[in-house]
Ligand binder design. Structure first.
Ligand SMILES: N[C@@H](CCC(=O)N[C@@H](CS)C(=O)NCC(=O)O)C(=O)O
Length: 361
């Protein structure tokens, strides 16, 4: 082969590669933000755009679809659809896509906005890429995971303060790529407030308490507030003692492990005894109560781990045990409470790799 022929083959190969790459990347993820203005009554316009079968007229490459979820009202409609399309520039293999559609009317309902976010599975469904569900304007979004104790903290704060919010649960065993733009390590929780992202459970909780004045969760006295913040810092050693016992493979706790578990609880036991109240916040839970609660809720799982050996008996931490009972009655706590059996299934999965389906827990 002459040098010139070899060179042109190489150039052709590179060009072909670039073209394939371009089409592959181009069709993987796309987002439509369309504003439609139709010369008909707003209700008719709404009915047109809210019905995915009409999307086939707007996008003739769609060959089949099914609606898997829908919710909302005439002003704001959301639905999820799974559809098959043969893209005009690559019609040889069908693409399987999931799309979240959102149709929103302007205040005087003369215009409708359609936002759609798609997850396209290319090459006959061999390769998929997920796309974040559509955001709702003006509503806080919490990226969470139902059984994550850290995410439970801001969820408790949101509930306790009655702040409306939407939740996007993240699959932490198969993190979606788009989530790394929200949290660089792909951890939950994260809060999105009108484009502003806050991470770390404590920072999110403090941010919410500062921004929403209803039911303040810290004392208005700076000295007491400082003390409350210091107490919150003492939760970390409780958490590490808890996990070092729970996530090891032994069945029975040694005396050393029991004291490791109990020692960091002492400042909290003493605080409750000094206060003489039901909660760290006195007669109602405050930030200390809510930041501490997720691990108290999980503490009964230690009984299952140690095959019935109760490590945290009433005589060792009488005030904390009373506090736990009172906390279970709190509205915010009870709304998102999970039983020790459920928590134990999650821990079993982490310790023994027992198969687990979070959706059916
Ligand atoms: N310091 C963080 C901890 C958050 C955290 O560790 N979250 C866990 C779930 S409970 C997580 O996202 N794990 C996934 C990972 O570490 O990749 C906070 O307080 O928000």
């Amino acid at each position: 082969m002459t040098r010139i022929r070899w060179q042109s083959r190489k150039t052709f190969g590179i060009l072909l590669g670039v073209l394939i790459l371009y089409f592959t990347i181009r069709v993987r993820k796309y987002e439509h933000k369309t504003s439609v203005s139709l010369n008909v009554h707003p209700n008719e316009a709404w009915e047109f755009v809210a019905d995915f079968s009409n999307m086939k007229y707007l996008n003739p490459t769609i060959t089949d679809f099914v609606i898997t979820e829908e919710s909302g009202n005439y002003k704001h409609w959301k639905y999820t659809t799974e559809y098959v399309e043969k893209l005009s520039h690559w019609p040889y293999l069908p693409n399987y896509s999931t799309a979240h559609f959102e149709i929103k009317a302007t205040t005087n309902m003369d215009k409708y906005f359609i936002n759609s976010y798609h997850r396209t599975c290319m090459f006959n469904g061999l390769y998929c890429r997920s796309v974040e569900p559509p955001r709702t304007e003006g509503i806080l979004r919490l990226y969470s995971m139902e059984y994550c104790p850290y995410a439970q903290r801001p969820r408790l704060v949101l509930k306790a303060k009655g702040i409306p919010f939407e939740t996007v649960n993240i699959n932490l065993t198969e993190k979606p790529e788009w989530y790394f733009k929200i949290h660089p390590e792909g951890k939950v929780p994260a809060l999105l407030d009108n484009g502003k992202i806050t991470i770390e459970s404590l920072d999110i909780s403090d941010y919410l308490d500062e921004k929403y004045p209803q039911n303040p969760l810290y004392s208005s006295d700076p000295k007491i507030k400082q003390h409350e913040k210091e107490l919150i810092q003492k939760i970390a050693p409780v958490v590490s003692g808890f996990y070092s016992f729970l996530l090891n493979n032994q069945e029975h706790a040694t005396e050393e492990q029991i004291s490791e578990l109990l020692a960091p609880l002492q400042p909290f036991e003493e605080e409750l005894s000094k206060k003489g109240g039901k909660f760290f916040g006195g007669d109602k839970p405050n930030m200390v109560d809510y930041m501490f609660w997720p691990w108290a809720e999980r503490s009964e799982a230690t009984v299952r781990k140690s095959k019935g050996q109760n490590l945290l008996t009433d005589d060792k931490i009488p005030n904390l045990q009373k506090w736990k009972k009172a906390m279970k009655e709190d509205r915010a706590v009870s709304e998102i409470y999970h039983s020790p059996e459920e928590h134990w299934k999650v821990f079993e999965y982490r310790i023994y790799k027992t198969p687990l389906d979070y959706d059916t827990l």
